[in-house]
Ligand binder design. Sequence first.
Ligand code: NAP
Length: 342
Amino acid sequence: MTKIMNAQWRLRSRPVGMVKESDFELVEEALAEPGEGELVVRNHFIAFEPAMRGWLNDVRSYVPPVGIGETMRASTVGEVIASNNPDYAVGAMVSGMLGWQKYAITSGQAGPMGRLTKVPDGVAPQLMLSALGATGLTAYFGMVQVGEIREGDTVLVSGAAGATGSVAAQVARLKGAAKVVGIAGGPEKCKWLVEKAGLDAAIDYKSEDISKRIRQEFPDGVSLFYDNVGGEILDKALLAMTDFGRVVLCGGISAYNEEELPPGPSNYMQIVIRRLTVKGFILIDHLAQAGEAIGSLLGWINSGELIHAEDIQEGFENTPKTFLRLFEGQNLGKQLLKISDP
Ligand code: NAP
């Protein structure tokens, strides 16, 4: 293989409070030769998820933290450009946890967050990072297996215009929910949720009285609340649940960059009074059934019943900046960065 210069964004320092571009440093160095059983992937797209903020904290979690000096962990999709591995031919498009770098050397073996996946024929590569990637699968499993969505449910979804929330809300609709309402920041996102994603209503938490609007939309209560945000929104939703309602705790982005964790929900006793089932979950525990989820999601995408939005920024130099967009609410749908042409 002719010498290739690689570029990587590495963790320079652990962020305190809001993550900053300066918490990462750009390093360029020659790419090593792939060893036996290894392959080289040229990344085309990088995917961004709020959970990556948690991977920067040196705390006990479901995966080890990214180490200082290590390339930032992230899902990517790209093309195999050299291979000593018979399972992955040169020219194949693959997706995996290959990080914030232009080129990755990998064995393709499964790590704690899954193995390298081949992009199925006829599927747009970036779809493997969005509706068919971690966020789409999370939405599917969170709604179907964890939330046990059923016909007639009255469903509220927070973070609804994001990658996970937008798919979760539509899965609820497709599974026969009687009503699906999303909570999102700003009129543009709310308009998109109703006019494009087919939700019954959307609540702009930045300009509206959330409690009042939830009561208006659900006079008989919310039977299933899918929460991506936590904090005040979770607290207010707890007050609107039906007896024996279900709460799916998918994430709590409102506190990911807080130095001091806010107090827990003050409406906590609603869990007792309303006899709620509150379940947290992490996608990695459901990956064995990824094929089922991908089949359903792809079927709905191909039939036009499920739409997905991608926010595609460009340029490897913009990698940390693109990550920050998630916490500024700038993305509608999946936040991606294109770093080379497929
Ligand atoms: P996303 O929703 O596409 O992007 C993040 C969105 O969060 C932003 O666009 C913004 O939308 C909203 N947001 C940002 N800061 C906020 C704040 N302080 N308060 C309220 N909303 C805020 O990201 P995603 O990748 O789909 O992730 C959504 C949630 O799912 C996250 O909590 C993530 O950790 C969780 N997740 C969990 C799993 C799992 O296995 N459990 C897997 C993937 C993702 P607005 O403009 O509407 O504020």
